[in-house]
Design a protein around this ligand. Structure first.
Ligand code: ADP
Ligand code: ADP
Ligand code: MG
Length: 667
């Protein structure tokens, strides 16, 4: 086996690879950027080499530097993780030329599967079913329009070089095709440097089901069953599970055979994933069509590890070293059910805008590492660390395993309840919301699940004002008790002497001002009134720091974290935050300055949809920014006239930078 490998990646996947290497007694070399100088992946490896600046192009994409680092440290092989250089055939070739093993497929297989259009031509020859569509080389717009009309609407235009859910446009009718094509080509050239597109029939109520394949250098190839990744936002995966609900043994074998045929057609070696789009027919029948092959380890590989009990990184290392596959098809089995949730720094209620910040609090449920653990967490961050704007927004993956889907689902919900993150917005509550939908609970899966369940998924408030206020007050009172001597006459509030006294607390909750009235009764009991709820309030602190709060007929064990005046409250059934307003403090001018439009986060200006002098209406898109691998539209906050654009497309901007100025009619 290799004695030393270099891991050309960062974050959770670099930590993940390092853990298997350590278990196999293989030494590891980390590489890192400025932003990652103190990152977990650097600590997880035996040695580390500095690459350069924080932007990927200055560090993780500098492959000459990475090759030098491997040479200098005596690493024999390079694991590329996913993203960055993992699907770069030139890098794979450069490794070989430098006498290093690239832990992945041969460069020719990466190339063959690299472009969606070319790979479809190959798959057609190999007899793999394709979505009806056009994937030819001729890109004449008139021809593309005719092809779309022939396929029949709705169609999906895809950038052939696209990935990560980018470069796709759905078109409902012929009249909209030309404009959608132009915009897709623009995005494709900007993001991937190649404006070639293909057209597919837009499959209705589709499911995304993919097959994990593995090949070795001895000509063997197996499939490690399927993963259902239908729950998506912006064409990006949110929850993944294995096996796919409703999958019959016959269909599994058919899809497995098609995936193996796809892999063999490109002489595949190592871990790969063949993605299929699955059309659901009335009566439960499903048709599957090849979408693309990802020639790397996938983000969601842990669900496959959970149901097979295998370590796919170990398989990658063995295969790369030249060993045959550890098991043959007939020896592979599915055990139970696994689900993965991607915990991301983002704001689901604001169109999933990625968030950055410090992880002031980062608490996790009890977990163990790797295959077939009941609760597994793969992450690359720690409490106190930063979610920077340079890389993607995934904080952690939470993977659970159960003997049935229902058990896995319940376990995932319970585990998510114990993920406490303060300092950056996350999708944790949103994920719990998905688990609670009828669609997910009943495995009524398709890629529109989030859209369909919109009404219950967005702007959720699982805790409610009364409990949030009670928790915040409990914290304030217990803090007061802790800082006072306990002698009732020296109490700061001093209210008791009046027999019954009251205090009024002011809050801001979900953007609205609120207040609560607390009365001290003769017997020392507390009476709380919040909105139209009132009742006895009992509070206590458990030895581990948790709060016990009884109010409004229910007893709760809560975790309450204070970040300045904001209390972040975590209960078994959800979490929320509430701002305690000190009424003595000057409120200040809280009005947003009209007319300034600022970047919500550091990133790149992609385009402006307006020019100076344009009249704009409230809500109209003004500019598109790209940050953390996603595009964000910036909309007009009010009606007005554009005065000036302050940046040009392609410019990098810092958070809070003023992008454009709008004159609004004087209020
Ligand atoms: P997976 O497909 O493994 O579940 P994701 O789709 O979330 O994972 O993202 C990982 C892969 O998507 C990366 O390997 C990368 O190739 C591709 N990808 C993600 N974002 C982009 C982007 N902005 N541009 C190009 N490729 C991207
Ligand atoms: P990427 O390279 O960005 O991962 P894919 O081709 O894998 O692009 O497609 C990403 C997602 O887009 C799929 O998981 C699915 O949700 C949706 N999608 C892709 N092709 C189709 C189609 N023909 N009909 C309906 N949805 C599709
Ligand atoms: Mg894909």
């Amino acid at each position: 086996m290799f004695k030393k490998i270099l891991i050309a990646n960062r974050g959770e996947i670099a930590c993940r690879v390092a853990a298997t290497a350590r278990r196999m007694a293989i030494r590891t070399v980390a590489v890192y950027s400025d932003a990652d100088a103190h990152a977990n992946h650097v600590r997880a490896c035996d040695e580390s080499v500095y690459l350069g600046g924080s932007a990927p192009k200055d560090s993780y994409l500098r492959w000459e530097k990475i090759l030098e680092a491997a040479k200098a440290t005596g690493a024999e092989a390079i694991h590329p993780g996913y993203g960055f250089l993992s699907e770069n055939e030139e890098f794979a070739q450069a490794c070989a030329d430098a006498g290093l093993v690239f832990i992945g497929p041969p460069p020719s297989a990466i190339k063959d599967m690299g472009l969606k259009a070319e790979s479809k031509q190959l798959m057609e020859k190999a007899g793999v079913p394709l979505v009806p569509g056009y994937h030819g080389a001729d890109q004449n717009p008139a021809l593309l329009q005719r092809e779309a009309d022939r396929i029949g609407y709705p169609v999906l235009i895809k950038a052939s070089a696209g990935g990560g859910g980018k470069g796709m446009r759905a078109v409902d009718k012929s009249a909209d095709f030309a404009a959608a094509l132009a915009s897709c080509q623009r995005e494709a050239i900007n993001s991937f440097g190649d404006d070639a597109v293909l057209i597919e029939k837009y499959v209705q109520r589709p499911r995304h089901i993919e097959i994990q394949v593995f090949g070795d250098t001895h000509g063997n190839c197996v499939y490690l069953f399927e993963r259902d990744c239908s729950v998506q936002r912006r064409h990006q995966k949110v929850l993944e599970e294995a096996p796919a609900p409703g999958m019959t043994e016959a269909m599994r074998q058919e899809m497995g055979a098609a995936a193996v045929a796809a892999a063999k057609a490109v002489k595949y070696v190592g871990a790969g994933t063949v993605e299929f789009i699955v059309e659901q027919r009335d009566g439960g029948a499903m048709n599957f069509f090849f979408m693309e092959m990802n020639t790397r380890l996938q983000v969601e590989h842990p669900v496959t590890e959970a149901i097979t009990g295998l370590d796919l990184v170990e398989w990658q290392l063995r295969v790369a070293f030249g060993e045959p596959l550890p098991l043959q098809q007939g020896e592979l089995r599915i055990h139970g059910h696994a689900i993965e949730a991607r915990i991301c720094a983002e704001n689901p209620d604001n169109n999933f805008l990625p968030a950055t910040g410090s992880l002031h609090v980062y608490r996790k449920p009890q977990h163990t590492a790797f295959q077939r653990s009941r609760v597994r967490i793969d992450d690359g961050v720690r409490e106190g660390g930063e979610i920077s704007p340079f890389y993607d927004s995934m904080i952690a993956k939470l993977i659970v395993h159960g003997s049935t889907r229902a058990e896995a689902l319940a376990r995932l919900d319970a585990a998510l309840a114990q993920v406490h993150i303060v300092g950056v917005s996350t999708n944790v509550q949103f994920l719990r919301g998905i688990l609670a939908t009828d669609s997910f609970a009943n495995a009524n899966l398709d890629t529109a699940l989030i859209e369909r369940e919109r009404a219950v998924l967005f702007d959720r408030e699982p805790l409610g004002l009364p409990l949030a206020a009670a928790a915040s007050i409990a914290r304030a009172l217990l803090d007061e008790r802790a800082t006072n001597t306990g002698d009732p006459f020296s109490r700061r509030d001093g209210w008791r002497s009046l027999g019954v006294a009251q205090r009024i607390f002011s809050f801001e909750f979900r953007g609205a001002p609120q207040s609560a009235t607390l009365r001290y009764l003769h017997d020392g009991a507390l009476m709380l009134a919040v909105g139209d709820v009132s009742g006895l309030l009992e509070i206590g602190r458990l030895p581990d720091g948790q709060f016990e709060v009884s109010f409004n007929g229910a007893r709760h064990t809560l975790d309450v974290y204070a970040n300045e005046a904001v209390a972040h409250v975590f209960a078994a059934h959800g979490a929320t935050k509430i701002l305690a307003i000190d009424r003595l403090a000057h409120a200040g001018d809280t009005h947003a300055e009209g007319g300034r439009l600022t970047a919500p986060m550091p990133g790149k200006v992609v385009s402006f949809a307006v020019k100076s002098g344009d009249k704009v209406a409230k809500g109209q898109p003004l500019a598109v920014m790209e940050a953390m691998k996603m595009e964000h539209t910036i909309a007009a906050p009010a009606d007005g006239t554009v005065e000036e654009l302050l940046y040009a497309p392609g410019d990098q901007v810092t958070e809070g930078a003023e992008l454009l100025r709008i004159a609004t009619p004087a209020a």
